[in-house]
Ligand binder design. Structure first.
Ligand code: ACM
Ligand code: ZN
Length: 498
């Protein structure tokens, strides 16, 4: 009996006798509520070989199942899929795509007969791509999103702005992309083929959002404020404390240049940016960053000092909590919920962090544990437990990556829920995520090297219930899964698993 080698491992697989065999790629058909999912699946499968003329995968709605759940019953004659929603159906079809990816190049498949019952452990199964330090094309991003969806990942966190580049067009502030995107950089350095310059057009963003939606992935945009702001300041120097001169950074690190907390114009910018995001992204979440803000300028700037006096706040650090509250309230007017990096927890008694803010725990799990105890929803993406994919796979000078090590073993064992959390606190953990910061990741293929197969381990961490998780089993399934990744053209890493 051959194993299915699915990743992430489903909640339950019951093996039966016999095989489902088909000389060509089986195609799907079924209830009209699933017509979009069926169309996307048939297109994905047609890329692998000849599609069989007769649909052998029958998709039926069963409203009794949980929203993201699916059931598969594979018999020698046909494959029956049931789900309550399009999302559940899509997940089931992606598990089937995994099985078909192991078939022959002609499309011929042979799949053991099984019954599968499956549903996710967590609501938030995320991946973040930094498009500021390096600019990734829409085509690359689509290929990535498609492969993420093969693993039931459902959130794509799009880091669109940082010191090294602003990628979001904002009508009222044209210089953000004119100057802040470094769009001329490649032309200015003709021998440097790295795409560090560029921005996404509104049409490209809408197209990508729609593409991701057909794969049941929600795109959550991030605009990092009030730090990581050199690209903004290069475009609009009046928004900084000193007035400049500023430049879009080409060095890496944490910079002192941040938005001036004493200048009301920063909220006009925020308003225009949030308007733009609200018009382009249906997600109810907007990530506002908030990480690594240095206060050197706020300490000296007369406008910032005046703001401190007006607000009766004690320190520049507390000014950040005042700004966070303003941004959260502005987003609420658009019906959006703010997500912040865990620094937003460092609030002030006068301006406590509003309870609706979702905290993304990156400096270990401490922030997430604290935030969930305080009543915030939380997403775990601890850099200490394998979730930073810009870190090396192993401590080896030959490995690409920087700042640390994120092993496959670590990300597999990252548990978003701390065992000491009471049930009501644990319920506020929405899930987990991995992040790819792109300082050193100057080509899509290097990005793929860093992402796969660590992402496969993350997928199992956020999808599979603890009882069905087992690292030895994962490492046994991985070689077959690597063949799938190879066939999709995303497997660049070939090193060991530890
Ligand atoms: C971060 O890594 N600065 C969120
Ligand atoms: Zn200032």
């Amino acid at each position: 009996m051959s194993e299915l080698n699915l990743i992430p491992q489903p909640v339950s697989i019951h093996y039966k006798d016999g095989y489902f065999q088909c000389a060509e790629c089986p195609s799907a058909n079924g209830d009209t509520v699933f017509k979009n999912e069926i169309a996307v699946f048939n297109e994905q499968i047609a890329a692998l070989g000849r599609l069989s003329a007769s649909a052998l995968i029958e998709c039926r709605q069963d409203t009794g199942l949980a929203p993201e759940a699916y059931r598969l019953s594979i018999t020698p004659q046909k494959i029956a899929l049931t789900a309550a929603t399009g999302t559940g159906a899509y997940h089931g079809l992606q598990s089937l795509r995994q099985l078909i990816l192991l078939g022959a190049d002609t499309g011929a498949v042979s799949i053991p007969c099984v019954d599968i019952d499956d549903a996710p452990r967590f609501l938030w199964r995320g991946f973040m791509l930094d498009t500021s330090r390096y600019f990734y094309s829409i085509d690359f991003t689509k290929k990535l999103i498609d492969t993420l969806s093969l693993h039931h990942i459902n959130r794509f966190h799009w880091h669109l702005t940082d010191d090294q580049g602003w990628r979001l067009p904002v009508k009222e502030y044209p210089l953000l992309t004119e100057i802040g995107s470094r769009k001329l950089s490649v032309r200015h350095q003709p021998r440097d083929a790295r795409y560090i310059g560029g921005f996404y057009t509104e049409d490209e963003i809408r197209d990508l959002v729609a593409y991701a939606a057909t794969r049941h992935i929600e795109i959550v945009p991030e605009v990092d404020l009030p730090g990581h702001a050199n690209a903004i300041l290069a475009a609009y120097p009046g928004l900084g404390c000193s007035g400049g001169p500023y430049r879009v950074e080409d060095r890496f690190g944490i910079f002192e240049e941040v938005l001036c907390a004493g200048n009301d114009d920063i909220f006009d910018l925020g308003d225009a940016v949030f308007n733009t995001l609200a018009s382009l992204f249906p997600s109810k979440y907007v990530h506002i960053g908030g990480d690594e803000v240095l206060y050197n300028h706020w300490q000296k700037c007369p406008k910032c000092q005046r703001r401190l006096a007006e607000t009766s706040l004690k320190s520049p650090r507390e000014l950040q909590s005042w700004i966070t509250v303003q941004l959260v309230q502005m987003l609420a007017k658009h019906g959006k919920i703010a997500i912040g990096w865990d620094e937003v927890l460092e609030d002030s008694p006068q301006y406590p962090l509003p309870k609706e803010v979702v905290v993304m725990s990156w400096r270990g799990t401490k922030g997430g544990i604290e935030a969930s105890r305080l009543g915030h929803d939380v997403i775990m993406t601890p850099n200490s437990e394998g979730c930073y994919f810009d870190y090396k796979y192993r401590k080896d000078p030959e490995e690409p990556g920087q700042l640390g090590v994120s092993t496959i073993h670590q990300v597999y064992h990252m548990n978003p829920v701390n065992p000491d959390m009471p049930a009501d606190v644990a319920a506020r953990v929405l899930g987990g995520q991995a992040n790819l910061w792109s300082e050193l990741i100057y080509a899509g293929k290097i990005a793929e090297y860093m992402i796969f197969p660590r992402l496969c381990a993350l997928a199992e961490t956020v999808w599979t219930p603890s009882a069905a998780k087992d690292f030895d089993s994962f490492t046994r399934r991985l070689p077959a899964h690597q063949q799938r990744l190879e066939r999709l053209g995303v497997l660049q890493y070939r090193g060991p698993m530890y």
